[in-house]
Design a binder for this molecule. Structure first.
Ligand code: FAQ
Length: 315
């Protein structure tokens, strides 16, 4: 006898509660599928758009070693994007449509990539703070209830951890360098600190998807708790290299054993997410242009595949 929807929903939640992974061919509620497609595709777009601010410095890296490392890092981000588009496909998402949504400005990607990388120190700050925040958010996703996403996150986190270290090392070297180099590092920290805190999303009170996503064990730790963990880990790192976090309200709280930090400018966050940040238009235009300019490769590959298929049929 066909199970009722209520029965299916109950069994699904029991699996989740028992920490049994959901796989692509398993039954799942439509909303669970939709939530995952939304989060995974936004995540994929973030990895791909995230290549742009860093790619901007590949030709200007200060030496060959820095250039090779940055090149490898940017290629890793492309790999992460491709894993994630594949993970979204296992849920029935159409890759071309997903990418078209990015190019039309319909799809979201992380707010952080709408800020410009003005100096070499920004590459250090992006690695240290942006990859640092990304790891903080993605390590719990390795325990996400959806199998393909959780497994993709394991490798992604290993690579992000190398990225974070290379960023911190750039900042450390600059902070130990000439007064001008140290000032450049401080300026990058000043500009990237608050946008990095925004990466974790709205406060728990304002996060519309959190309660359901936590219940389905897609998200394991709330936006505010992850943000707090990030502050607690990163502030001592800044102190260690002699840089100061640009927050006059930042103070260690003995009672909670956490740092208390100042108010985030949520108007700025909403404005950037709405498409009006400093680089939103530039980012989407660059991705669109990449697709248009690479179209001949796709067309040639498709024509070649077609030709081989006909040749095989004929033989
Ligand atoms: N930017 O209800 P919530 C990286 C949206 S990867 C833009 O809290 P949720 C690697 C959110 O989508 C960085 N939009 O949503 C790298 C939702 O909008 P919707 C990306 C944001 O999903 C490093 C609405 O606000 N990481 O950095 C942002 O439960 C260096 C309400 O928010 C991931 O994507 C934001 N910051 O929690 C690459 C990780 N925050 O869809 C290159 C996976 C929120 O209703 C270089 N994603 N929104 O229209 C997640 O963990 C979650 O999706 C959150 C948001 C935590 C981002």
């Amino acid at each position: 006898m066909e199970k009722s929807l209520e029965q299916k929903l109950e069994e699904f939640q029991q699996k989740i509660d028992a920490e049994i992974r959901i796989e692509p061919t398993d039954w799942m509620p439509d909303e669970y599928r939709k939530t995952l497609i939304r989060q995974i595709s936004q995540h994929a777009h973030s990895e791909i758009v995230g290549m742009l601010p860093e790619g901007n410095w590949i030709t200007r890296a200060p030496n060959l070693r820095r250039k090779a490392v940055l090149l490898a890092k940017v290629q890793d981000e492309a790999g992460h994007g491709l894993y994630l588009y594949s993970a979204a496909e296992t849920l029935g998402a159409d890759r071309e449509e997903t990418i078209d949504d990015l190019h039309s400005g319909k799809a979201k990607y992380s707010s952080i990539f709408n800020y410009p990388t003005l100096t070499w120190a920004d590459i250090g700050a992006v690695g240290w703070l942006v990859d640092g925040a990304a790891i903080m958010n993605q390590v719990p996703l390795c325990r996400c209830s959806y199998g393909p996403y959780a497994r993709a996150m394991v490798r992604v986190c290993k690579e992000e951890s190398f990225h974070q270290r290379q960023g911190f090392e750039i900042m450390m070297r600059l902070a130990q360098g000439t007064p001008e180099q140290k000032a450049m590092a401080q300026d990058a920290l000043n500009r990237w600190w608050w946008p990095a805190l925004m990466m974790f999303g709205p406060t728990d009170k304002d996060s519309k998807h959190s309660a359901q996503s936590m219940n389905w064990k897609i998200k394991r730790i709330s936006n505010d708790d992850l943000r707090q963990q990030f502050v607690d880990i990163t502030v001592p790192q800044a102190e260690m290299i002699g840089l100061s976090v640009p927050d006059k309200d930042l103070v260690w709280n003995e009672e909670t054993q956490h740092y208390s930090y100042g108010e985030i400018n949520w108007d700025e966050f909403m404005n950037v997410v709405a498409g009006n940040g400093p680089c939103n238009k530039e980012r989407v235009t660059a991705r669109r242009k990449a697709k248009e300019e690479g179209m001949w490769v796709r067309e040639a590959a498709a024509a070649f595949a077609e030709k081989r298929k006909s040749a095989k049929k004929a033989s």
